[in-house]
Design a protein around this ligand. Sequence first.
Ligand code: BGC
Length: 370
Amino acid sequence: MRLTRKATAMVLASMMAVSLTACGSSDSSATATTAAPAATEAPKATEAAKETEAAKDAATEAAKEAEAAAPGGGNIGVCIYKFDDAFMTTYRNALQEILEGKGYTVTVMDGKNDQAEQNNQINNFIAQGVDALIINPVMTSAADQIIATVKDADIPTVLINREPTAEQMSAYDKLVYVGCDARQSGTMQGELILDTENKGDINGDGKVSYIMIQGDPENVDAQYRTEFSVKALTDAGMEVEELDLQRGDWDRNKGQEIAQNDLAKFGDEIEVIFCNNDDMAIGALQAIQAAGRTVNEDIYLVGVDALDAALNEVVNGNMTGTVLNDANGQAAGAVEAMEALLGGKTYGAGEQSIYVDYVKVTPENAADFQ
Ligand code: BGC
């Protein structure tokens, strides 16, 4: 038998009564009043003590019931947009490990990059009566529908990795987004290029000629990284020339194909390859090497995430740099926010995005992240 939300609230309330009692042992009658308001009518210490005992018994009973129903305190449903994503694999493993380490029962579902499939998974989790949901939406444009669904079911929910607008989130106060501010990662990518000896202008013609390999343009991460990486250059007074911009959908093979075609088409004109993530950058690196080009000599290459493979390439000089997208920090933040929601915290409009910082990764500090 599962514990209903109401029963969980009762457990929490009675446990709170007990812990308040424990904190105020210097003044038992006052403490008992806090724990059980009925005691104000019978202020005698003996009456209050009885109330406290009753609260303790109720708490013990309810806690036993809770333990039997949901070991570790709760069933958590996790929806990932697709398992076949390098960064989200690191992220979901971290999430699962933290949740299980805390004694939660966790079920993680693969949305297979299909919003309809993920909607079914969310509905199934709700039907099963999970205590909380952690959702990495397949499509940011589906956020309204997802939020309406979890609100209707009154399930505390943490959204991760694909950020909806503040306005969309304001529809439900038991919902938060935990992620990063993608503008920061774009700016850092631009700075990595500005930090090179020629600020990206390898051939000295007065402009930085680049190709942009974009993630799924539906995600704000892809939009902002594309915009802010270039903005960092222009803000620093550099002239830029975009030779190509194509969507690589966060995918290594697509990154390789786009870079291969562009290297064949534009040749030495390409001075910088910006990739919205590392997996596409690793693909682009294969194309760069196949074309006989050399990173940090006749071309620059930057990504985002700090995947292990990318960190190795940064250390070896085959990538100019990357940006740490802190999967562990975000997973820990998501669990913390989920626990706050389970504890009854609600979030007002404008305070529903919780950000973890990105970190610039260069050959100098890459080993720190390996
Ligand atoms: C990561 C990508 C990942 C995407 C998934 C981004 O924040 O940088 O590697 O594919 O999230 O939504």
